[in-house]
Design a protein around this ligand. Structure first.
Ligand SMILES: C[S@@+](CC[C@H](N)C(=O)[O-])C[C@H]1O[C@@H](n2cnc3c(N)ncnc32)[C@H](O)[C@@H]1O
Length: 384
């Protein structure tokens, strides 16, 4: 098996979560940078990372890289990279480019130069003059950051947030990868009650249930590199069987997801069934103000309305005020809230113990963390 340099890309703020996930998967040899974690592994690592990573966006294969400041150099050195190791004679290889703070900043020209150079390289190694590109896809990305070019091939295909269970979306859905990140950043574990009182399409409870059951998030979908001859089908089969064996039975303590909007509750139920975790979550139509629990310890993780549009601001603030009334009595619970509203702590009438900057798509948010006391006799640690 080859030693491959792989990159798990991630939303800003979730790199440490992805890094921990990779370590737990058995890939501790890593470099963590903004938006990406580079790690080393063999072909089986491509299968495992795609199947298991919960908070990463994609898994890329790094083909090579070099410092570059002019087009001749870009063309000549791109040709020298080992393209034929990956791209077969009939392989389709679209090239996407991006350039940040670099001399070569016109990305269409960069893309054209790279495409031409790869064609020239393949002509020599495959001994052909033309390529039909009617076979399996190998999407290439050239990214130039401060005059350093990096060449990757996408192994995932559709982004990893596309688990396959969410066909419908509510008005402001959270990405599955972000929802998983929120749960992994919390102190929740399946022995504690978890409630999301603003569950919308159900993303946080469903991701938490999959984490609680150790269910690989990619088990029900396929990945582009499953079609590549370089990652044998046997390895995919092995990784999927391994993932099925590692899945645990139903959660003893069901997760609770609730929302004011009954249609969202129905949507959540549908998604939970599609994700195979319907038995692990109880969904309810409920205003956050009705939240009551007899349990002494537990965790609330939620993504309430932000009020991004003018006029919605005040209604969001009224909801945060209601949250203060609803969560006030839960002194021994931990509470985690993701919102972009800068006045959240004021309206909630309480300063967070920790804050973390995270992105919900393009919206810059803060993850406010209120840490309750540790239940007696429990060695509690955040999952990440
Ligand atoms: C930002 S969305 C949550 C999105 C969700 N995390 C998802 O992935 O789909 C906020 C949700 O809060 C619900 N909501 C608004 N006011 C509420 C209230 N007072 N009590 C309970 N839910 C409320 C809305 O119906 C909406 O579904």
């Amino acid at each position: 098996m080859a030693r491959l340099e792989l990159i798990a890309t991630a939303a800003f703020g979730l790199e440490a979560v992805v890094s921990r996930e990779l370590t737990e998967l058995g890939y501790p040899d890593q470099t963590v940078e903004d938006g990406r974690v580079t790690f080393w592994g063999d072909e089986l690592a491509i299968c495992r990372a795609n199947l298991w990573l919960r908070s990463a966006d994609r898994v890329l294969l790094r083909v090579g890289g070099f410092p570059v400041t002019d087009f001749d150099q870009l063309f000549a050195q791109t040709q020298e990279l080992p393209w034929s190791q990956w791209i077969p004679v009939d392989g389709k290889f679209p090239v996407e480019g991006k350039s940040v703070r670099s001399a070569l900043h016109h990305t269409p020209s960069v893309q054209r130069a790279v495409k031409k150079a790869i064609v020239e390289s393949l002509k020599k190694t495959h001994q052909r003059h033309r390529f039909q590109e009617d076979g399996v896809e190998y999407p290439i990305e050239i990214s130039i950051l401060r005059d350093l070019a990096t060449f990757t091939i996408d192994t995932s295909g559709a982004g990893l947030h596309k688990r396959g269970y969410r066909q419908l979306v509510g008005p402001a859905p959270l990405r599955e990868t972000t929802a998983a990140g929120l749960v992994l950043l919390s102190y929740w574990n399946p022995d504690r009650q978890l409630i999301d009182p603003f569950c919308g399409s159900g993303t946080i409870p469903i991701e938490a249930a999959m984490i609680g059951r150790n269910r690989a998030p990619g088990l029900d979908r396929d990945f582009l590199s499953e079609q590549w001859s370089q990652v044998p089908r046997e390895l995919w089969k092995q990784a999927r069987e391994e993932a099925r064996d590692l899945q645990r039975g139903r959660l003893v303590l069901p997760i609770i997801g609730s929302d004011l909007d009954g249609s969202m509750v129905k949507m959540s139920e549908k998604h939970a069934r599609a994700a195979g975790v319907a038995g692990d979550i109880q969904f309810r139509e409920m205003d956050v103000l009705e939240l009551k629990t007899a349990r002494e310890y537990g965790v609330v993780i939620c993504n309430p309305p932000y009020g991004e549009r003018l006029g919605d601001h005040e209604s969001a603030e009224a909801i945060y005020d209601d949250m203060a009334d609803a969560f006030g009595p839960l002194k021994t619970w931990s509470l985690y809230v993701l919102t972009s509203h800068p006045g959240f702590e004021r309206c909630f009438r309480c300063q967070a113990d920790r804050r973390r900057k995270l992105y919900n798509g393009r919206i810059e948010c803060t993850y406010y963390q209120y840490l309750g006391p540790r239940p007696p006799g429990v060695e509690s640690q955040p999952l990440i």
